[in-house]
Design a binder for this molecule. Structure first.
Ligand SMILES: CC(C)(COP(=O)(O)OP(=O)(O)OC[C@H]1O[C@@H](n2cnc3c(N)ncnc32)[C@H](O)[C@@H]1OP(=O)(O)O)[C@@H](O)C(=O)NCCC(=O)NCCS
Length: 177
């Protein structure tokens, strides 16, 4: 069981699911499990220090889903970036989705939705004006998930991925529900 600081949700209460799955904040010793899920489920991989720096800097929006044995079966991580404001000389914060993945055998049970909704609430605490992400143009399923959260396609980024695939840049106002 986790601590009060963790986001603890028994998905069974909110979303169709048949087994106990915990969504909580990522801890240092979850990182190996996060990396395992990432390397299995996504072509983009990152060095350990990258995950560690996201965890150090934006821990509240780095969530994991774990199974009954406390094994990581999904994760989501965000970073906060400063961009020049459109209407003043100040900088404003935008939340950038770094990565989200759920182990294949646990998909379609609402885990991705729960990770995203709870991490969005957490990243918004950084006084974010907008939320942004990139997604492979072929990743129909992830695009559907983001559209559920009112992300809209803003533009395409050519050759964004190492293998040359283009990305859609999707954006949402932080205040949108
Ligand atoms: C995208 C991903 C995280 C979704 O996780 P999940 O736990 O299966 O998501 P959910 O069960 O909450 O489903 C969320 C929504 O995604 C869409 N979706 C999920 N699986 C789908 C499928 N097989 N076909 C069509 N839409 C699908 C639906 O809109 C769904 O909402 P609904 O159940 O109300 O219809 C998961 O598919 C994944 O890990 N994919 C590989 C990694 C990846 O592509 N990450 C995104 C990189 S940008």
């Amino acid at each position: 069981m986790g601590t009060d600081k963790e986001t603890k949700i028994n998905i069974m209460n909110n979303i169709k699911i048949e087994s106990q799955i915990l969504i909580r904040r990522c801890k240092l010793n979850d990182l190996e499990g996060v990396i395992e899920v990432n390397e299995r489920e996504l072509p983009e991989d990152y060095p350990y220090f990258f995950y560690k720096s996201i965890l150090d800097n934006f821990p509240e929006a780095f969530l994991v889903a774990t199974d009954k044995d406390n094994k990581v079966i999904g994760y989501v991580m965000w970073r906060v970036e400063q961009i020049p404001s459109m209407d003043s000389l100040k900088y404003v914060n935008k939340g950038h989705l770094v990565s989200i993945a759920v182990s294949e055998e646990y998909r379609r049970r609402g885990i991705g939705t729960t990770l995203l909704s709870n991490s969005i609430s957490a990243v918004k605490k950084h006084k974010i004006t907008e939320l942004v992400l990139e997604v492979r143009v072929s990743n129909y399923i992830a695009i559907k998930l983001y559209e559920k959260f009112n992300f809209k396609m803003n533009s395409a980024k050519k050759n964004y991925y190492r293998d040359g695939e283009n990305a859609y840049y999707m954006v949402r106002n932080a205040d949108t529900n």
